[in-house]
Design a binder for this molecule. Structure first.
Ligand SMILES: C[S@@+](CC[C@H](N)C(=O)[O-])C[C@H]1O[C@@H](n2cnc3c(N)ncnc32)[C@H](O)[C@@H]1O
Length: 225
C-alpha cells in the first residue's frame, strides 16, 4: 500500500483528529520550543489534520504550509481552517515543492520516519530552509523506545527505525547542525492499574510506562548553516 492509500483511509475514518488529540500531548511542548517569530514562514511535513500550523498562527507566524502525501489528509486540514495564511498541499518528502531558502522553520511530528529516503529528505529540508533556519523533527517511533517497534507490523508503509545517535548522524550527513536532542515524556496519557492489562496493545503496565513516561517523543533539532 502506498502512503496515499494508507493515510487517505486514516483521514476518511477520522484518525487524523485522533492523532491530533494524542500527539498534542508532546507536540505542544515541541511547538513551544520552536523559536518562530511574527511573520516567519513555517513548513509542516506530514501535517495530518494541520493542527501545528493552526497553533503557530495563533502565535503570529506569517505563513504556514502543511505538506502531506495523502490528499484526504490535506483536504481535511484545509477544511479545519478558514485562515488564508495557511495552505495545505499534497506532496512527498522526497521532493519538496518549494524554492531554496523558503522557510524560517520546518516542523514535523510523527511523520519523518515514513520518508522513503530519510537522508535525502533531510537534504531537502536543508535546501528549503533559510540560513539559520531550524528543523524541529519529532518522532515517537525510534530505537530506544522498544515498545514502539511493533508498530511496523500494523502498517504497510516502510518505516525507518533510527536511534538517537542515528538521527544526529543523519542530520549532520545532510548538512544540518544538531542544536538539541531530547526525549519529551507524555505525562498526560492515563496509565491504568497493573491489574487491567493488557490495555491498548500493551501487555504490561511497565511497557506502557516505558513508551509514554520514559521515552515519549524524540525531538532532534537541526539548524541550517
Ligand atoms: C502519523 S501521521 C502524523 C500526522 C500529524 N503530523 C500529527 O502529528 O498528527 C503521518 C502523516 O505523514 C504523512 N506522510 C507519510 N509519509 C509521507 C511522505 N513520504 N510524504 C508526505 N507525507 C507523508 C501521512 O499521510 C500522514 O498524514
Amino acid at each position: 500500500m502506498s502512503v496515499r492509500e494508507e493515510f487517505d483511509e486514516w483521514a476518511a475514518t477520522g484518525k487524523d483528529r485522533g492523532m491530533e488529540d494524542r500527539h498534542w500531548h508532546t507536540a505542544k511542548h515541541v511547538l513551544a520550543r520552536l523559536p518562530a517569530e511574527a511573520g516567519d514562514a513555517v513548513l509542516d511535513l506530514g501535517t495530518g489534520s494541520g493542527y501545528a500550523l493552526r497553533a503557530l498562527r495563533e502565535r503570529g507566524i506569517g505563513r504556514g504550509y502543511g505538506l502531506d502525501g495523502a490528499p484526504e489528509m490535506a483536504r481535511n486540514a484545509s477544511e479545519y481552517t478558514d485562515d488564508d495564511a495557511v495552505g495545505y498541499l499534497v506532496g512527498d518528502f522526497d521532493d519538496l515543492p518549494f524554492a531554496d531558502d523558503s522557510f524560517d522553520h520546518v516542523f514535523s511530528m510523527e511523520a519523518f520516519y515514513y520518508a522513503a529516503d530519510p537522508v535525502h529528505t533531510l537534504e531537502e529540508v536543508r535546501r528549503v530552509l533559510k540560513p539559520g533556519g531550524t528543523f524541529y523533527c519529532a518522532v515517537n517511533y525510534f530505537a530506544e523506545s522498544e515498545t514502539t517497534h511493533a508498530w511496523q507490523e500494523n502498517i504497510s508503509v516502510e518505516m525507518t527505525l533510527w536511534s538517537r545517535d542515528e538521527y544526529r548522524t543523519a542530520f549532520r550527513e545532510a548538512g544540518l547542525y544538531v542544536a538539541e536532542q531530547d526525549a519529551i515524556p507524555d505525562r498526560e496519557v492515563e496509565i491504568p492499574a497493573a491489574s487491567e492489562f493488557p490495555v491498548d496493545g500493551y501487555e504490561t503496565r511497565e511497557a506502557m510506562i516505558d513508551r509514554y513516561r520514559t521515552w515519549g517523543t524524540l525531538l532532534t533539532v537541526g539548524v541550517a548553516p
